[in-house]
Design a protein around this ligand. Structure first.
Ligand code: PMP
Length: 350
């Protein structure tokens, strides 16, 4: 038997660990340390169980409607999916189909090359500069599409809307996807660009700032034509991506704006305090506009710190990859969790 030639082989993405240790401090997957709004839990409790017999709304109209109102766009400009991973994967499949190489930075979200390989999309990875900043000129050459996170992951660096406008403008013949998974933590969104340019798609998620990683909701906003194309592919793939519970909880989360803003503000306050403490401990890092800090220590190896934190039941993320193998990505937890991290680091660094 030799069926190897029939198989679509791919090297899969490796998500951060989801350990379940009692008393652990989990700062490895950029989750929100606070729960979603109480009314989200209430909406789930109130779910009509009889509805589970039925398929969910394939168009997810209530959720796309709530998002459209919130972001002042038409509901035909909104696409929702099972986390932004699902939305991004659909967008790769839909928009990166020219056969020309797509472009994304050498240091970025490590799912992009996996989707590109899965869908057999050729790609090139322009190098970030020595400060991990995007070199926008690198995105002004022939390509089959562009995807860049803003803020970038895992660096946390935010680029200005003007940088993206320049990139979008320079590429009228391809689609530029801006992955704004972390934009709510102090960045300025590129959403206004969707009204000015037809070739830009902005993707966001409920997993970070909206504290709903477990519910799996992501969305894209763009012009109506792009959203139609996305829906055509989605409906050719799986009509019912969004389950009843996710739809109900998602709508509630959007309604609870004051709670959302307060929770994000708390994460930002803790992040800014963490920057001071990490500096005192001898770390340097790019200035983060996300809910994590990407830090390197002037003496101690990141891989050692990672292991030693783990023995203390503190989980952070370490990437054994070129240019970043001496960095730790530390998600922002509660003030108490961060205190425990600083205490542990102090002990380790003694
Ligand atoms: N984009 C970036 C840059 C991310 O870091 C993540 C989180 N791993 C995602 C997208 C996907 O998040 P989710 O599928 O939970 O929305």
């Amino acid at each position: 038997m030799n069926y190897d030639a029939c198989v679509r082989t791919v090297e899969p993405y490796v998500p951060g660990e989801q350990p379940n240790q009692p008393g652990m401090i989990k700062l490895n997957t950029n989750e929100c340390p606070y729960p979603p709004a109480p009314s989200v839990a209430e909406a789930i409790r109130q779910m009509d169980m009889d509805k589970l017999r039925l398929y969910p709304d394939p168009e997810a109209k209530e959720l796309t409607g709530a998002l459209a109102d919130y972001y002042h766009v038409k509901k035909e400009q909104v696409f929702v999916g099972v986390g932004s991973d699902d939305v991004l994967s659909m967008a790769f499949l839909t928009f990166f189909n020219s056969g020309r190489p797509i472009l994304f930075p050498d240091i970025t979200y490590s799912f992009y090359d996996v989707w590109a390989n899965l869908y057999r999309i050729p790609f090139e990875r322009p190098k970030l500069d020595e400060n991990f900043r995007i070199v926008k000129e690198d995105y002004k050459k022939e390509n089959g599409g562009i995807v860049i996170p803003n803020p970038n992951a895992p660096t946390g660096i935010l680029e200005g809307v003007d940088t993206f406008e320049e990139i979008v403008k320079a590429n009228p013949d391809s689609i530029v996807i801006i992955d704004e998974a972390y934009i709510d933590f102090g960045g300025e969104s590129c959403l206004p660009l969707i009204e000015k340019y037809e070739n830009v798609l902005v993707v966001q998620t409920f997993s970070k700032s909206r504290a709903m990683a477990g519910m799996r909701i992501g969305f894209a906003i763009g012009n109506e034509k792009l959203i139609r194309y996305l829906n055509d592919v989605k409906f050719s793939f799986n009509s019912y991506t969004m389950n009843q519970t996710a739809l109900a909880a998602g709508v509630k989360s959007i309604e609870e704006d004051a709670y959302f803003k307060e929770s994000v503000a708390k994460v930002i306050r803790t992040r800014e305090a963490a920057k001071l403490r990490l500096r005192e401990l001898g770390f340097t890092f790019p200035d983060s506009y996300s809910n994590f800090i990407f830090a390197t220590h002037r003496e101690k190896k990141a891989s050692d710190l990672f292991e030693q934190l783990k023995t203390r039941n503190i989980y952070v993320r370490y990437f054994d990859a070129e240019r970043i193998c001496n960095y730790l990505r530390i998600s922002i937890g509660t003030d108490e969790e961060m205190e425990a991290v600083f205490r542990a680091l102090q002990e380790i660094l003694q």
